[in-house]
Design a protein around this ligand. Structure first.
Ligand code: NAD
Length: 430
């Protein structure tokens, strides 16, 4: 029987990201008796845009690329969410990521809705000039479907501040001259020089560490001297690791698309980040012993930070984990079976829509600064981010305790109650 989500049915193993997202939503809807109309609306994104566009390669040939922008919901404010460049990007993945953005912004009480986009290709196989043409042609294809008051992209896997500046510049070139500077906020995560915010690059890792600190306080757990492992050593993983290590925690294993490393003495996050910048991955870093993916997951540690892709903590890998808590830096790293196994092992999970919300929070600050032509200091950004992460963490934990829910369901319930209230007040047109 159809559940109205459009995702093909599956159970446990093999569930795609959208099926996982729908199962999470349904679980929270049951827990809070979500209004049926609102539930039905939220099961599908409002808009699904797919564009096929040709781009000229350096050798003069043309390549046809497929790009997506999924706008899940905008009842709380303009659509907001990253753009991913990855060869596995597909419709159901982007739909899931867009829905998670809706919940994340609602959890954080930020006046944005949820969206996500991406292009299905491997950016590592292209020159900077090709990446620029791909980004600009995609932006052109999106046209007025994005905009600073309508839908605001940001970086995600495979994209960065430079990608966002190309996007902004392209968008600026199709608005009237006197509007150019007013549309700077069409994207966030820009470089500092082109209108970005202090603290945006590290924001997701920084926000995650603020949440780790709150969790540690609540559990009387000393971070100084504890151990952690990180999957994915890009923007989120590397900043989380660098910031956490400054608190005295030791990174004893890491894994990415190029391999896995372990060192009982601890891997140096700063030096490893420099190695990744130069070589594209953790493989070849001299500071640790090479291990398999299974050995990585089996590493005994205090904290695990998945910061790569969806569906990594599953029926196969969850039984291997020997940690006290998981802080989801990635979006959707834990599938439904993986989550049940973590619960049965007594491992705490701080879910993605809370743990990695620092990125969209500082994106919101960047958007505000662009609107007001202001420039906040790093201390101001960090202080505001800290306040919002602590508030969101404590709200979710209160809901979890009061209603005897796991953290993920509690975060969903908090988000959905706010969204439901707005639907109630505004009604459904006409
Ligand atoms: P990134 O491109 O900077 O890094 C991605 C990392 O994942 C790389 O280290 C890569 O090697 C690794 N990876 C890719 N495939 C892998 C595989 N099969 N196994 C192991 N590792 C693999 O991307 P990012 O911005 O750090 O994003 C990482 C995750 O965090 C994504 O789930 C993203 O949606 C989420 N996220 C990012 C932000 C942000 O501000 N960038 C905000 C919130 C959530």
């Amino acid at each position: 029987m159809s559940d109205g989500s459009g995702a093909k049915k599956g159970k446990g193993k093999g569930m795609n990201a959208y099926e996982v997202a729908v199962a999470q939503l349904n679980r929270a809807a049951d827990a809070m008796h979500l209004d049926e109309q609102v539930h039905t609306i939220l099961l599908q994104p409002k808009n699904e845009l797919i564009v096929n566009f040709p781009v000229k390669m350096d050798d003069g040939s043309y390549k046809l690329l497929k790009g997506y922008r999924i706008q899940h919901n905008n009842i709380m404010g303009p659509y907001k969410g990253g753009i991913r460049f990855h060869h596995d990007v597909h419709l159901d993945e982007v739909k899931a990521l867009a829905a998670w953005m809706t919940w994340k912004c609602a959890v954080m009480e930020i006046p944005f809705g949820g969206a996500k986009g991406g292009i299905k290709f491997n950016p590592r196989e292209h020159s900077p000039a090709e990446l620029e043409r791909i980004t600009r042609r995609f932006t052109h294809a999106l046209g007025n479907n994005i905009g600073p008051d309508h839908d605001i992209p940001a970086p995600d896997v495979g994209t960065n501040g430079q990608t966002m500046v190309w996007l902004m510049d392209t968008y600026m070139n199709f608005v009237p001259q006197d509007r150019k500077n007013a549309v700077r906020g069409v994207v966030t995560g820009k470089t500092l020089t082109s209108g970005g915010s202090q603290g945006r690059e590290k924001a997701t890792g920084q926000g995650l560490v603020y949440v780790v600190q709150e969790w540690a306080k609540e559990n009387h757990f000393p971070l100084d001297g504890c151990t952690f492992i990180v999957q994915g050593f890009g923007n989120v993983g590397s900043f989380a690791a660098r910031i956490l290590s400054r608190l005295g925690a030791s990174m004893i294993a890491v894994q990415d698309h190029t391999g896995a490393l372990r060192s009982n003495e601890g891997l140096h996050p700063g030096r490893l980040a420099e190695h990744v910048r130069q070589t594209g991955g953790v493989a070849g870093y001299a500071g640790g012993e090479v291990i398999t993916r299974e050995e990585f997951f089996s590493t005994e540690c205090d904290l695990f930070i998945p910061a790569a892709l969806e569906n990594q903590i599953t029926a196969e890998t969850a039984p291997l984990l020997k940690c006290r808590a998981v802080f989801e830096g990635a979006n959707g790293p834990t599938d439904i079976e993986g989550e049940a196994i973590l619960a049965s092992k007594g491992i705490d999970v701080v879910p993605d829509i809370l743990a990695n919300a620092g990125g969209v929070t500082v994106s919101y600050f960047e958007w505000l600064q662009n609107r007001r032509a202001e420039s906040w200091t790093l201390d101001e950004v960090d202080e505001r981010l800290h306040r919002m992460m602590v508030h969101a963490y404590n709200t979710v934990r209160r809901v979890a305790r009061d209603r005897k829910l796991d953290n993920r369901t509690a975060a969903y319930v908090h988000a959905l109650e706010r969204i439901q209230q707005v639907y109630k007040e505004r009604g459904i047109f006409p």
